[in-house]
Design a protein around this ligand. Sequence first.
Ligand code: SAM
Length: 279
Amino acid sequence: MKPQKHGSFHQKHSLGQNFIEDEALLSQLAELSLVTVEDHVLEIGPGFGALTKPLAERAKQVVSLEIDRTLIPILNVTLEKYANARIICGDVMRINLSALVAEAFGADCSSLRVAANLPYYITTDVLTKLMRELPQAKSIAVMIQKEVGDKLLSGPGDDGYGPLAVMCQYRYHVLRALDVPAACFNPPPKVDSSFMVLEKLEQPRVNAGDEEIFTRLVRSAFAMRRKTLLNNLVSGFSLTREQAAACLVAANLSAQVRAEELSLEDFAGLAIQLQNAIR
Ligand code: SAM
């Protein structure tokens, strides 16, 4: 690891602290995050504030959530000149993001975007939380492991196809905006990365009826990967085998089908049948 430019700071591997220092790359990431002067931005994990600066240069307001207390005094100095940037010390997994955004940006917040060089130990959980708690966000732009980027873009039958891909593709246009080699980080992580941009669609890609049931279906369908979808439906929705089988037939699906074979349209059609069955 190269020496850090920030005095006695000790980098914490356990918090996924792999920093980006290349200013041209950081500007490019802020640009790819689609942030404009109209936008309120939530950043997760500002680190030393390297990405916060180009975000604040483009946005109306930036709020950055950092778990590591020892970074807060450094951030306060680094961001002194940026009146529109505010740091909150906290754990993204423990904070209600919807309440945080309402408190930080107020009723004035009609245009929310998320940008982050995410800590990789919680990538999937953070993405799931962002989609659930901030459905109003116009975009979610995140640096993640390249292979998780592949997952977000995967379709039926692909390795890694799962609930994350289905939920992302349901509501967002998913773009791999940039591949970023491990050498661009300090210290370099063990894997290469991709900067992924999830841009919210005007309407979800398919009509799935009640979104709560659709989300529950997607989660329970992949819950036990070795089970058939029929068995996962029985346990996920407390249905009898006959009720679950009738839903599959009504959705034009075979009784032996597995979740990883279903397209987004299949999930939407099945969600609608389930809504009728459990009403
Ligand atoms: N944005 C900086 C950059 O691009 O150089 C740092 C990115 S580094 C990959 C991830 C950052 O997320 C670190 O600053 C780390 O301390 C912070 N972090 C890790 N876990 C977190 C959590 N649960 N909540 C909020 N921040 C977290």
